[in-house]
Design a binder for this molecule. Structure first.
Ligand code: GLN
Length: 286
């Protein structure tokens, strides 16, 4: 089979063109070298190349996995996030482009030479913490997860990328005895009974589902964060497409100021944030 035939075959089985091209590049051992842009260009000039037996085998196996609904990132073992090449597998959620909105917002809050203490709650592959550390090397970056498996993936990514992040295991902030200038999190936020979960069945349920309304962890984090932020510190949260109002209400009730939301690339209100100011003595007397 030539590369062109392999792409056509994968598309006939139901893959879109990009996935089909990436699958062929993966089978040929050309992923993730150099980024997909350059590699897809390579494909154009090698359209009559034939897949050898080993490549053909890799192609068949990968196609079967992809057609069963397994994320492309688990098949290749890689996912690009905010310009970083992250190693990922079924122990962690696949980092989504939507989450780059959260990273961009956090970077706006952190000056170039910031020494801020930052923590990423539910770090998974380490995506958010590593993207922040890469772009703000002088910050003190911490990343927490409940899952020891996820922490292994994140630690491997940090050492491979040469980024200095302090990793912690625990249930949100209960195990953390420190204060931060910025807390960021992309927690689980899908309702336990949401039909969407079926499509995400290859990813860890623990990283996706969060109670009857999907808001359990967002509620918990908002309440805990107020005791773990410095005066003027920010809490930044990613949430579901229809949860901005609920999360803003949590933030307001917990006493945060400047509560606001931002849209992701698809124009959906995907992140909400608030700034924490310790109550003055006169407030607490009321
Ligand atoms: N945004 C992801 C999805 O709906 C879910 C990520 C999460 O629960 N934090 O596919």
């Amino acid at each position: 089979m030539t590369t062109t035939q392999a792409i056509a075959y994968a598309m006939a089985q139901g893959l879109d063109r990009l996935d089909a091209q990436l699958l062929v590049l993966f089978a040929l051992g050309r992923l993730p070298l150099g980024g997909t842009g350059a590699e897809r260009a390579w494909l154009l000039s090698h359209d009559t190349d034939t897949l050898d037996a080993a490549s053909q085998n890799r192609f068949n196996t990968a196609l079967k996995r992809r057609l069963s609904g397994e994320p492309f990132a688990y098949i290749t073992g890689h996912q690009e996030f905010f310009g970083l090449d992250l190693a990922v597998d079924a122990r962690v959620l696949v980092p989504r482009p939507d989450t780059e909105t959260l990273v961009e917002w956090a970077l706006e809050l952190l000056p170039k030479d910031s020494q801020a203490r930052v923590i990423d709650l539910g770090t998974g592959s380490g995506a958010i913490a590593l993207a922040l550390k890469q772009n703000r090397p002088t910050t003190q970056m911490h990343a927490l997860d409940y899952s020891g498996d996820a922490l292994e993936v994140a630690k491997n990514n940090a050492s491979r990328l040469g980024l200095d992040v302090d990793f912690l295991q625990g249930s949100w902030l209960t195990a953390v005895n420190a204060v931060f200038d910025l807390i960021v999190s992309n927690p689980p936020y899908i309702a336990n009974q949401d039909a969407h979960l079926e499509k995400l069945r290859y990813e860890p349920l623990m990283a996706l589902a969060s109670g009857a309304d999907g808001l359990d962890d967002l509620r918990t984090i908002t309440l805990q964060a107020s005791t773990a932020l410095t005066h003027g510190g920010w809490l930044l949260l990613e949430h579901g497409y229809d949860q901005a109002n609920a999360v803003c209400a949590f933030l307001t009730h917990a006493g945060f100021s400047s509560v606001q939301s931002r849209q992701d690339l698809a124009g959906i209100e995907r992140c909400s944030a608030g700034q924490w100011f310790n109550p003055s003595p006169s407030d607490s007397r009321r």
